[in-house]
Write a protein that binds this ligand. Structure first.
Ligand code: MN
Length: 289
């Protein structure tokens, strides 16, 4: 299934003909308030048992064209965003030059794979603009796009073995890990509001297929094809990311995991248009202001 949130955070199933409202098929009352909407995390946890009912309602319903709804970010109140650093070799390679240019030296500890946290309040939806912070622009610091495969956690867990990791995935979506290049902690440089656009929907794991077989692309302003990568080239594959992160922190239903930047990161400016797409998952077009 393709699960979307739209309008006042109603649950939709995206079909070839549009979006079907499946909110009424949930065993929880609809709560449009993102602050109290625990129903979303319950859905992430309970999806395998609800999938049949949701699919039945989706097939019986009348799709509304996607242009007639406001698609929201397809995640709600995640307890955390976990993000991977240095997960494609060619990106690690290019970061030497990026750091020489933006820091004046190379931070060797930043050249190894690891995970870090990004603030959930940075999340924005597929129709929202990316807003460049005035103070960062005024300081002349570069702000970069990182176009990434994003995992949404279904059943949570601690110390998850690699062999069971994919059982903990609700599905996959597209995200941009927007990043200031400066000498500050990653959590600050990557947590400004709108620095985590996510969407346009979640393709559930059963439909998405092999997570080591996605192609990620990012095109700037219609003709500048900046990023292209295949997820088979991840240094730390999806099951290993989940297992590794779960050794540090309990993964909770609805948690969001950015899997790492492809090579081709680069600066964005006000007025830019970013088109990011992942095979089988969809695409998003986002404006920068
Ligand atoms: Mn990233």
């Amino acid at each position: 299934m393709k699960l979307a949130l739209f309008n006042d955070f109603r649950l939709g199933a995206v079909t070839e003909d549009g979006i079907v409202d499946v909110t009424a098929a949930l065993p929880y009352p609809h709560d449009p308030d993102p602050v109290t909407a625990g129903w979303w995390r319950a859905l992430c946890r309970d999806f395998p048992g609800l999938a049949t009912d949701l699919k039945t309602v989706a097939e019986a319903g009348t799709p509304v064209p996607l242009e007639q709804v406001r698609l929201r970010e397809p995640v709600l109140n995640p307890s955390k965003i976990i993000a991977c650093a240095c997960n494609y070799r060619d990106h690690v390679e290019e970061m030497h030059a990026v750091q020489e240019r933006t820091l004046g030296h190379v931070e060797s500890w930043m050249m190894d794979f690891d995970v870090f946290l990004k603030s959930p309040s940075a999340i924005s939806g597929p129709t929202e603009d990316i807003v460049l912070p005035a103070e960062v622009v005024a300081a002349g610091q570069e702000i970069h796009h990182e176009s990434e495969l994003v995992i949404v956690i279904g059943a949570g867990g601690k110390d998850i073995p690699e062999g069971e990791a994919l059982d903990h995935v609700l599905g996959y979506t597209i995200g941009l890990d927007i990043t200031v290049r400066s000498a500050a902690d990653r959590s600050r440089r990557k947590s400004y509001d709108t620095f985590a656009p996510i969407g346009p929907w979640i393709t559930t794991a059963d439909e998405a297929g092999d997570p080591a077989d996605f192609e990620i692309d990012l095109v700037l302003n219609g003709d500048d094809h900046r990023q292209h990568v295949h997820t088979k080239d991840l240094i730390t594959p999806i099951p290993a990311i989940i297992s590794y992160a779960s050794r540090m922190m309990t993964l909770l239903p609805g948690d969001v995991v950015f899997t790492g930047a492809p090579p081709g990161v680069g600066p964005i400016s006000a007025g830019d248009v970013l088109e990011t797409r992942i095979s089988r998952l969809g695409d998003m077009t986002l404006r920068v202001r």
